[in-house]
Design a protein around this ligand. Sequence first.
Ligand code: GTP
Ligand code: MG
Length: 233
Amino acid sequence: MNIEKRQNLAERSDFKDDAQLQSVLLDNAEEFIELEILYNSGIREIMTKLEILDNEFKVRFKRNPIHHMECRLKNPLSILQKLRRRGYELSVNSAKTNLTDLAGVRVICNYIDDIYVISDLLCAQDDVSLVKITDYIKSPKANGYRSLHIVVNAPVYLNEGKKYVPVEIQIRTIAMDFWASLEHQIHYKGVECIPDQLTQKLKECAENIASIDVEMQNIDIELKEIIKAANKL
Ligand code: GTP
Ligand code: MG
């Protein structure tokens, strides 16, 4: 990698205050760039697979299970900070071995059932394998957070052959995403400790939202039955 590129990486303001991480980044700059290419490809593979499934649904069943998708690649600073927090060696190899959320895709679905349809169809593909599943919908977190988290190995085809890249996929409804986004923002408002009564209110909001999700799902099921009956006439 050229010197200019190395300097750009090292001079990024988010690294400036942290001499240890800055030096690890400089020593591993080339590997970090390669990691970025590989894991970005993993993200693109997964998003393409999901878009294909969504398009097929549109044609076959006249509806889209996916409302929209977002993605992010963990930046070198966050990678090194997480490794250090967890007491792992600070290197690209260590990140590949110990972290499964370097590549992240968030899938926002219309209905709860869509979450499981999308997850099952993706994991059933023969070049995708499920590494880990955490169902925060069936077992919500204590604060009320709901989402299905899966980590899958995605195939990436390179000159040297096929490589598998872990991609963390968070799948949730629009309503669950609305809550998670606002809850996330609240934690970045600079309040050191959120008072208990606000934590409780947030949890209640999550529960209300969850019951609205169930109602919307039921409306959809009833509508489908009405349409089916009408088509039989
Ligand atoms: P991380 O160190 O954050 O990766 O935690 P983890 O390895 O235990 O994984 P977990 O599945 O609990 O969380 C991974 C990601 O899910 C987080 O980085 C967030 O994007 C999201 N997430 C998990 N819990 C919450 C939560 O309580 N609120 C919000 N808004 N997002 C959450
Ligand atoms: Mg994470």
